[in-house]
Ligand binder design. Sequence first.
Ligand code: SF4
Length: 277
Amino acid sequence: MKVRIDEVSESIQIIRAAVTRLPEGPHRAPAQPIPPGRCALSAVEGWRGEIVHWVRTGEGNCLERCKVKDPSINNWPAIVEAVEGNIVADFPVINKSFNLSYSGRIGSAMFKILQKSFRVGTATADYPRLAPRVAEQFRGCPEFDFAAWSDARPAAEACPTGAIAIRDRDGARQVTVDYGRCIFCGECEAASTDGAVKMSRQFELAATARRDLVLTADYTLRPDGSHAGLKSATSGPAVEEPGMRIARPSKISSGARSRLGRWMQAHATAASRRLLR
Ligand code: SF4
């Protein structure tokens, strides 16, 4: 919205600048007689892409045919692919994420969508009675093999939301994983080279108590800070011993916030590119 407002203000400035620099002389030229059967094509850049106008002249100095092609027409067929396998409730979100124009030749694209909908039939699954069917590329929550985890520091550093927190004291480390903060971004898997963190296709994390979303693991440490051995791994928040507070911030730290911003920017752009490919 802010970009649109900025664009309007920029456009007004451009128009004002152009008006003040108009050359002297008539601003309208009388139309000359144009022979019938002549065609003209123009393409100008619109904010969604290229807008094409095609005209053909007829008898009596009039236009006989006029065709306008909105840039959205190139992207409407992509919606047919994007909605596949999704439930009806997701359609408005998918549709609006393309932000296409309803003008121009959308009739045929909409017809194709309807055709496909009738062909596919009901896509909504009887969940939770039946096991959910998720897409191949679906990314769920990360799973942690605490025993095999050789060092939690890279994952905690990479985690953009602060869902992984560590606290070291006297040669020991407490690691907490808070699924309540997790956005399933996969940065922890990429940062953990030992294969102990793996993104799963699991998404059913509903819990009746906040503490059920937290995992805690205790390690002994080597002098270089890597894990020497797993002492315990439990579900639930860490028990805070006197003098040892778990680094579990009540709000996202500024470092985590800027990592989250960078992550969202990079992945939102990549996702839109994938959709429009
Ligand atoms: S998936 Fe992302 S948000 Fe979740 S724990 Fe890993 S790095 Fe943090």
